[in-house]
Design a binder for this molecule. Structure first.
Ligand code: SAM
Length: 277
């Protein structure tokens, strides 16, 4: 399990700058071309479209700071967001305070481990694991447990929407050298930072360590450096099919991105829709 559970962890602290929202960001310049490479430039409109097709209530598992959850609530959907991290949930609650009361009134934010998910509501119309969130539970059995738990909270016929990076496009043997990824503004203080990143080779558990550092320059020109490290566990196409089947979910669509592209081996993503039988 990744242990980035409080705001002092760099991956939590820099999250909104690393993965900016087009509509929630304090610094619009953070929403640059890199967001397409990251796979978050067009995902929120697609979730809104799917939500309009399938209705609510919606469960967002691993909701983070609300990048997806808040636009869904703004659009009128009842959304329950679950995350394991106090740091992420603190930032989500701060953002909800700035929203209209009708919007924040539609949101429940719950701290739970997805692998042990247990909520009162068990008839969600849909559940979302956005932006590689399932991969951030970097253990095969834990991923399977999370899928089983989430399926148990869907109504019969309910839909699971799962966004996974296509591992066929990843550097699975690692890249061996840290490189500058991007320079952006820190939304907590406005300072400029540069993130450097690298990845290790997949290990025997099919996990990959993503690590590097953030170099931030304050208003006096002083440089501070913070190291980050996290694991993810990429999942392959036929592996996820079997994992979903074992959780009582059947794939009804697998798109290669957020604009309904057909999935191919070259696709950056697998945007999977799976139905509870
Ligand atoms: C890549 S972020 C996605 C956040 C948000 N959904 C988005 O799209 O911006 C992954 C999130 O998964 C959460 N997470 C990781 N392991 C978890 C677990 N076992 N149970 C619940 N949340 C978890 C992290 O705290 C983090 O907020």
């Amino acid at each position: 399990m990744n242990q980035n559970t409080d705001l002092t962890d760099p991956t939590t602290y820099y999250y909104d700058a690393d993965y900016p929202s087009e509509t929630l960001g304090k610094f619009p310049e953070n929403f640059d071309s890199t967001t397409s490479f990251q796979g978050i430039a067009r995902d929120v409109p697609r979730y809104l479209e799917l939500a309009r097709e399938h209705g609510g209530p919606i469960l967002e598992v691993c909701c983070g700071t609300g990048r997806v959850l808040i636009p869904l609530a703004r659009a009128g959907f009842e959304v329950t967001g679950v995350d394991i991290s106090d740091g992420f949930l603190t930032q989500l609650r701060q953002k909800l305070e700035a929203e209209a009361p009708e919007t924040s009134g539609r949101v429940k934010a719950v701290r739970q481990n997805a692998t042990e998910l247990s909520l009162e509501t068990r008839d969600f119309a849909s559940a979302i694991f956005a932006f590689n969130s399932l991969l951030c539970i970097p253990d095969f059995e834990a991923q399977r447990a999370a899928l089983r738990r989430v399926a148990g909270h869907l109504r019969p016929g309910g839909l699971l929407i799962l966004d996974l990076v296509n591992p066929l496009g990843l550097k699975l043997a690692g890249d061996g050298v840290a490189k500058p990824f991007y320079t952006r503004k820190n939304p907590h203080n406005g300072n400029t930072f540069t993130r450097f990143s690298m990845c290790d080779a997949l290990d025997e558990g099919q996990r990959q360590r993503l690590h590097g550092w953030y170099d931030e320059v304050d208003s006096g020109g002083r440089l501070s450096r913070r190291h980050y490290s996290m694991f993810w566990r990429p999942i392959f196409r036929f592996e996820i099919e079997l994992m979903l089947e074992a959780a009582g979910l059947r794939i009804v669509r697998n798109e290669g991105g957020h604009q309904k592209e057909p999935y191919t081996s070259q696709s950056a993503h697998m945007l999977i829709q799976a139905r509870k039988s």
